[in-house]
Design a protein around this ligand. Structure first.
Ligand code: HEC
Ligand code: HEC
Ligand code: HEC
Length: 236
C-alpha cells in the first residue's frame, strides 16, 4: 500500500517521516485524483490564499504564456514543469494534464482532502472547521492521511527539494528548462512565492498548552522554512 502513496512526483522522505510520526495510514488517500484549482476554492478567496491575485502569478499562467499555441503545447518534456498532474489520475474525464503549475503540483492530488473538508467523518460541511479549532493536531493528522502534501511529511524531504523538481540551482543541472538559464535563488524565490496564511488554525496553535505545542512541533518536519515561525505576509 505504501508504494501507492509514493507514486507521482513526491518520492523519498515519506516512509521515514510518516512512520516516525506514528501516523495511521488510512488506505483512502491512495486513490486521490487531481481536482484542479477550482477544487481548492476554500483557499482562493480574499483573506485566505490569493484569490484574484493568484492569477497574476507566473506559476498560475505559465502554460498559457509559454506553451499554448506553440508546437510544444502538448510536449511532455515541457509539461512536466509547466503543467500539473501529467500522467496522473485526473478527476475530469479525458484530461491528460492540467495546464500551469496549480495548487496540486505542490500540495498533492486533492480529491480525498476535498471530501474530508466537505464532510468530515460524515458530519457535514462544518465538521472539519470545528475540528481545526478544537483539536488541530487531530485535524493535521486527518489532512496528512488524506494525502495533503507538505514537504517532509507526504512529499520530498524539504521544501527546497520540492522546488527543485522544476527549478535548478546551477546552470549545469540536468533537470533544467531548455529555454532559459535562469537559476533559482531559493530564499528569494520562496519569499516571492510564500503564501502561508494566518488562519484559524494558527490562532489555535498560539493558545495551545506547552505540551501540545511540543506535539505540534513534532508534526512538522525539520526544514529551514517549515520550522521558521509562521510569518504571514502583510497584505498591501
Ligand atoms: C525542469 C523543468 C522545466 C522543463 C523540463 C521545461 N521548463 Fe521551461 N521553464 C522552467 C522554469 C522553472 C522557468 C522559469 C525560470 C526562472 O524564471 O527562474 C521556465 C521558463 C521558460 C520560458 C521563459 C524563458 C524566458 O525567456 O524567460 C519558456 C518560453 C519555457 N520555459 C518554455 C519551455 C519549453 C518549450 C519546454 C519544453 C521544450 C520547457 N520550457 C521545459 C522549467 C522547465
Ligand atoms: C510551487 C509550489 C506550491 C504551489 C503551486 C502552491 N503551494 Fe501552497 N504551499 C507551498 C509551500 C512550500 C507551503 C509552505 C509549507 C506548508 O505549510 O505546507 C505552502 C503553504 C500553503 C498553505 C498554508 C498551509 C498551512 O498550514 O499554513 C496553504 C493554505 C496553501 N499553501 C494553499 C495553496 C493553494 C490554494 C494553492 C493553489 C492556488 C497553492 N497553495 C499552491 C507550495 C505551493
Ligand atoms: C511543477 C513545477 C514547479 C514547481 C514544483 C515549482 N515551480 Fe516555480 N516555476 C515553475 C515554472 C514553469 C516557472 C516559470 C513561470 C514562467 O515564467 O512562465 C516558475 C517560476 C517561479 C517563480 C518566478 C520567477 C521569477 O523570476 O519571478 C518563482 C518565484 C518560483 N517559481 C518559486 C518556486 C518555489 C519557491 C517553489 C518551491 C516551493 C517552486 N517554484 C516550485 C515551475 C515550478
Amino acid at each position: 500500500m505504501l508504494g501507492g502513496r509514493t507514486i507521482g512526483y513526491f518520492l523519498g522522505g515519506l516512509v521515514v517521516s510518516v512512520s516516525s510520526l506514528a501516523f495511521s495510514l488510512g488506505g483512502s488517500s491512495y486513490g486521490a485524483e487531481y481536482v484542479g484549482n477550482s477544487g481548492c476554492k476554500c483557499h482562493m478567496g480574499k483573506g485566505c490564499y490569493e484569490g484574484e491575485e493568484y492569477k497574476e502569478r507566473l506559476h498560475s499562467n505559465t502554460w498559457e504564456k509559454r506553451l499554448k499555441g506553440t508546437p510544444d503545447a502538448e510536449n511532455l518534456e515541457c509539461l512536466k514543469c509547466h503543467a500539473t498532474a501529467v500522467g496522473e489520475k485526473i478527476a475530469e474525464a479525458g484530461k491528460k494534464y492540467l495546464p500551469n503549475v496549480q495548487c496540486e503540483a505542490c500540495h498533492g492530488a486533492g480529491s480525498e482532502y476535498k471530501k474530508l473538508k466537505e464532510n468530515y467523518q460524515g458530519k457535514g460541511k462544518d465538521a472539519f472547521k470545528e475540528i481545526l479549532k478544537k483539536d488541530p493536531i487531530e485535524a493535521r493528522k486527518a489532512q496528512y492521511d488524506a494525502g495533503l502534501v507538505v514537504a517532509g511529511i507526504n512529499g520530498p524531504a524539504t521544501v527546497k527539494e520540492q522546488c527543485l523538481k522544476c527549478h535548478w540551482e546551477s546552470k549545469d543541472d540536468k533537470n533544467k528548462c531548455p529555454k532559459t538559464d535562469k537559476v533559482m535563488d531559493y530564499k528569494e524565490y520562496f519569499k516571492k512565492d510564500d503564501h502561508r496564511d494566518n488562519d484559524e488554525i494558527d490562532d489555535v496553535i498560539k493558545k495551545m498548552s506547552p505540551d501540545d505545542k511540543k506535539k505540534w512541533a513534532a508534526l512538522l518536519p525539520k526544514d529551514e522554512i517549515l520550522n521558521s515561525p509562521l510569518k504571514p505576509k502583510k497584505k498591501e
